[in-house]
Write a protein that binds this ligand. Structure first.
Ligand code: NAD
Ligand code: UDP
Length: 330
């Protein structure tokens, strides 16, 4: 990357965004981080605030933004079912109006723009593993639709700006990613199981636990995103970025219990509506075009993530909130 590259990261105070800002600063870029702190927090970017090439702006991407940059990573959007279903209308607005605003900005600046899309565009897939050519199996009117359809519409907008305005776009379809700085109470399975195990609470498996996911460690994911941004202009994607090793939720719970040495019990709760039964990326495109494949085994990534949550739970200012919200959900 050129030393002077100016990069905008929307959703930069979130889980993935904060790791991305950190990586871009390490690569020599100037970074503008934009966030409205809906699910992100300043704590995630504490270590960056004093960096001379880092700038933080509190802003909601559903409103236009005027900054001068060379590249845009559009990550702003709540990502966990609990958070994106909290205010579904705002979730759709964030994906759709947010994409329009960021694409408009990219058009004015002739900047390259990358969209953090999602495996949810495949819905509850009938093709397995999922290739980029699969159009998906998505309920347009269910509780997950605000997220899934919002992200699908954002992809449509990206490709229309590419066709109509010759914008340089990159679309990454991110599969379940985990690691330090996940929100402790966002209900995603990895953070949930780890926090429950560390607090000695019951581990809540939704349904029979035989549904599958493929978990990518955050460092690998960030590597994939930055590689995609730096590909030739004709490389638009969409590209699946995720770890193709598939686990059932029962297997995940067993690993978390083993690695934390917890005495938590496994309990079963009803499976949420439209919860995908299986999910695994076909990453041959990422391999061919980006020379990318994940390097971190689930066990190693879980060890690092558990260490993060152990530390977080030692913080007297934070622990009571995590414990209280976990009890409220139980
Ligand atoms: P996150 O909730 O930690 O981060 C999202 C960030 O966007 C937060 O900091 C939040 O405050 C911010 N935000 C939300 N609405 C905003 C708005 N209107 N204006 C400005 N900022 C806003 O989630 P994450 O896991 O870091 O996800 C980042 C992106 O990656 C999201 O777009 C998500 O859809 C996508 N993604 C993540 C995963 C995953 O497994 N983590 C998988 C697929 C796709
Ligand atoms: N899940 C679970 N227990 C939990 C949280 C989630 O069994 O405490 C299940 C959930 O039903 C889903 C899988 O774990 O089948 C992954 O859920 P998550 O919300 O992390 O991601 P997504 O469903 O968006 O892929």
């Amino acid at each position: 990357m050129h030393l002077e590259t100016r990069v905008l990261v929307t959703g930069g105070a979130g889980f993935l965004g904060s790791h991305l800002c950190e990586r871009l600063l390490k690569q020599g870029a100037s970074v503008i981080c934009v966030d409205n702190y809906f699910t992100g927090t300043r704590r995630n970017i504490d270590g960056l605030l004093d960096h001379h090439r880092f700038e933080l702006i509190r802003h909601d991407v559903t409103f236009p933004l005027y900054v001068e940059v060379d590249q845009i990573y559009n990550l702003a959007c709540p990502a966990s079912p609990i958070h994106y279903q909290h205010d579904p209308v705002q979730t759709t607005k964030t994906s759709v109006h947010g994409a329009i605003n960021m694409l408009g900005l990219a058009k004015r600046l002739r900047a390259k723009i990358l969209q953090a899309s999602t495996s949810e565009v495949y819905g509850d897939p009938s093709v397995h593993p999922q290739t980029e050519g699969y159009w998906g199996h998505v309920n347009p009117i269910g509780p997950r639709s605000c997220y899934d359809e919002g992200k699908r519409c954002a992809e449509t907008l990206f490709f229309d700006y590419w066709r109509q305005h010759k914008l340089r776009i990159k679309v990454a379809r991110i599969f379940n990613t985990y690691g330090p700085r996940m929100h402790p109470n966002d209900g995603r399975v990895v953070s949930n199981f780890i926090v429950q195990a560390l607090l000695g609470r019951d581990i809540t498996i939704f349904g029979d636990g035989l549904q599958t996911r493929s978990f990518c460690y955050v460092d690998d994911l960030i590597d994939g995103l930055t590689r995609l941004m730096n590909t030739a202009d004709e490389m638009t994607g969409p590209v699946n970025i995720g770890n193709p090793t598939e686990f059932t939720m029962l297997e995940l719970a067993a690993q978390v219990i083993e690695l934390t040495g917890s005495r938590s019990r496994i309990v079963h709760r009803p499976r949420p509506q439209d919860d995908p039964r299986q999910r695994r990326p076909d990453i041959s495109k990422a391999d061919d075009l980006l020379g990318w494949a994940p390097q971190t085994a689930l066990r190693d990534g879980l060890i690092r993530t558990i260490a993060y949550f152990e530390n977080l739970l030692k913080d007297d200012a934070i622990r009571p909130f995590i414990a209280q919200e976990q009890s409220a959900e139980a």
